[in-house]
Design a protein around this ligand. Sequence first.
Ligand code: HEC
Length: 292
Amino acid sequence: MKKTMIAGAMGALFALGTGSALAAAPDWGQVEATDISLFYPGVSPMEWIQKGTEHGGARALKKGETCADCHSEETPDMGQRMATGEKIEPTPIPGKAAFIPVKVQAAHDGENLYLRFSWKQPDASGGPAPVADDANPVKIAFMLEAGGKVDLADQSGCWATCHTDSRTMPDADDAKTKYVKGGSLADGKFYDLYQWRSGENKGYDGYVADKRVMEGGSALVSAEGKQDGNQWSVVFTRKLAGGEGDVSLESGQSYNFGFAIHDDKSAGRFHHVSLGYKLGIDADGDVKAAKQ
Ligand code: HEC
């Protein structure tokens, strides 16, 4: 009896040990990639998006259409209109890339989710962004939302966090970060936020609720970026389980998903963003994470 109990305990220990030792990224060559073009969004906060006299999509959005329904095929052209200042960009940066095509891959092993983003470094722009991050020339972030608790999260990806009064918007308060309407961790009304920064080569695990918080999450295991010539790849590893400010991920479920790259030393709103997509864990989605 005693013997089996010890064997049982050791077995459990062993299982734990191998579990974390196996937390290694999958063979990415075998994982399907989804192509998503990020685009330069100019000044297009939710307040602009929802105003019928400004944005052609405002009425349909109210009826439940998604940004991607109307725009998914034309993000490079949209980026072009805004990066050049033809539309809703009061301070265009000369030579700013209009869009960035990104390959997104996902997989999981029952314990961790692995997300890989890869893209070609766009040419440097000819001018500094009005706000710059010299220490981190490249940053990539993604957000997850658990299933429509945040208003418009099902339709609009990260846009629900983007407001006219947030820092680096024209005339906005420099201390006000992004937020969601009625945001509250306790009510599950938040986006789970992850970021990787090139200069620090470090990952951050935060959230966006009534304000943006960059740290404190307990789901992120690692974030590692690599530059190979002009090719970037960044792999995030996060536990499927999560603590406060983390969305817990379950097999068979899909989650709202969006991501953004700060390229060319940019900061604040001067980034490239995705429309809203779904990440499926063994489930339907624009990006699917299957068990490896
Ligand atoms: C019913 C279709 C439809 C939906 C849904 C829609 N849009 Fe639009 N959007 C348009 C049209 C049409 C234009 C171009 C004319 C204009 O500016 O109103 C446009 C313009 C834009 C522009 C300005 C750049 C450009 O190319 O003109 C941005 C940015 C934008 N939309 C973002 C979004 C986002 C983000 C969402 C979701 C939150 C969204 N749209 C939902 C139809 C839509």
